[in-house]
Write a protein that binds this ligand. Structure first.
Ligand SMILES: Cc1cc2nc3c(=O)[nH]c(=O)nc-3n(C[C@H](O)[C@H](O)[C@H](O)COP(=O)(O)OP(=O)(O)OC[C@H]3O[C@@H](n4cnc5c(N)ncnc54)[C@H](O)[C@@H]3O)c2cc1C
Length: 326
């Protein structure tokens, strides 16, 4: 077992964690980033990214994350191939986390950037056609389907918001829901039903995504009627799975304030959790925007606030030591 110590321990290596690392490293904090099972985060499972500032042409998600990691390492970040399996946020600072490898990570401050995972239907064709017509993010990918027929699968707020958003690009948006009423807020439902380019297919469950990933991608959906069991096919070129996200917060349950949907609660407009010295950034605390650029922005905020926290802590410690020595 090796014990790694740092002034800032960052859990997660997506845009939030790596942005925090870049700021912390440049402030001389020699941060450690524990990468987890998905080094680079969610953008490594997508292809085209067209909305991250700074690039005129379409870039690839995995490439963007390689650049962020290279920049973080270049300015002095230590990257660890490990996954945190246990963390003590109650007795710190310093905060002690244990990795799957058995190694121990000790940080004077802790930045949680463990992200979230989109929930998928888990039916045939979904994974193979992901990025080839199947997506879990209309804000990210809607632009690629301009002028095309698209479907949104789900019945909550996210699904309705995604359907409304997609009308910016598509003339023909269909919301597909397995029940006969929506869970979304009334005001969103009213906007949905009033929209001339959105139709709703009720009581339909997606059984399979149709199409060949190597030849044109998604061509449609195989649907089962949840009342009659009747099977049908629905032709579309884009399908957006909008059944929610699962923030990666298992490690922190009962230790930090977490909302009903599993997101870490932060003080409004800040990355500060309810534990002094523990900060959260990116999708793990943001159920609204969920974008790489917002994750990077809150990562920067977490690093700056952690740095200020540490400066205050060190000042107080020095004062106490000076007083004790007198
Ligand atoms: C298919 C897809 C396409 C997208 N396209 C775009 C786009 O075009 N533009 C855009 O702006 N956004 C896009 N997004 C959204 C964007 O990817 C996210 O908003 C962003 O990645 C969130 O960053 P994050 O750093 O908060 O978390 P994530 O990217 O989710 O990273 C989380 C990190 O935490 C690590 N981790 C988790 N648990 C542990 C643990 N126990 N120990 C150590 N590490 C851990 C993971 O390994 C990972 O490195 C897309 C998302 C998806 C799924």
């Amino acid at each position: 077992m090796t014990r790694h110590t740092t002034r800032m321990l960052i859990i997660g290596s997506g845009p939030a964690g790596l942005s925090a690392a870049i700021y912390a490293a440049r402030a001389g904090m020699e941060p450690i980033v524990v990468q987890g099972l998905q080094p680079g985060g969610q953008l490594t499972i997508t292809t085209d990214v067209e909305n991250y500032p700074g690039f005129r042409d379409v870039i690839q998600g995995p490439w963007l994350m390689e650049q962020m990691q290279a920049q973080a390492e270049h300015v002095g970040t230590r990257m660890m191939w490990d996954t945190i399996v246990e963390v003590d946020v109650e007795s710190g600072p310093p905060f002690v986390a244990r990795g799957d490898s058995g190694d121990e990570y000790v940080g004077d401050t802790l930045v949680i950037a463990t992200g979230a995972q989109a929930k998928w239907l888990g039916v045939p064709g979904e994974e193979a056609l992901s990025g080839k017509g199947v997506s879990a993010c209309a804000t990210c990918d809607g632009f690629f389907y301009r002028g095309k027929k698209v479907a949104v699968i789900g019945g909550g707020n996210t699904a309705v918001e995604e359907a409304l958003y997609l009308t910016n690009h598509s003339e023909d948006v269909t919301l597909i829901h397995r029940r006969e009423d929506l869970r979304a807020e009334k005001i969103l439902q009213d906007r949905l039903f009033a929209h001339p380019r959105i139709s709703v297919l009720w009581n339909k469950r997606v059984e399979r995504f149709l199409g060949d990933p190597l030849q044109g991608g998604l061509t449609g959906l195989q649907l089962a009627d949840t009342v009659t069991g009747e099977m049908s096919e629905f032709g579309c070129e884009g399908a957006f799975v909008a059944i929610g996200h699962a923030p990666s917060t298992e490690l922190f349950k009962g230790k930090l304030e977490i909302d009903a949907n599993g997101y870490i609660v932060v003080a409004p407009g800040t990355p500060k959790t309810n534990r002094p010295g523990v900060f959260a950034c990116g999708d793990v605390m943001d159920h609204t925007y969920r974008q790489a650029v917002t994750a990077a922005g809150t990562g920067c905020m977490a690093a700056l606030d952690a740095e200020r926290f540490l400066a205050t802590l060190e000042y107080v410690r020095n004062e106490q030591q000076a007083a004790a020595a007198e």
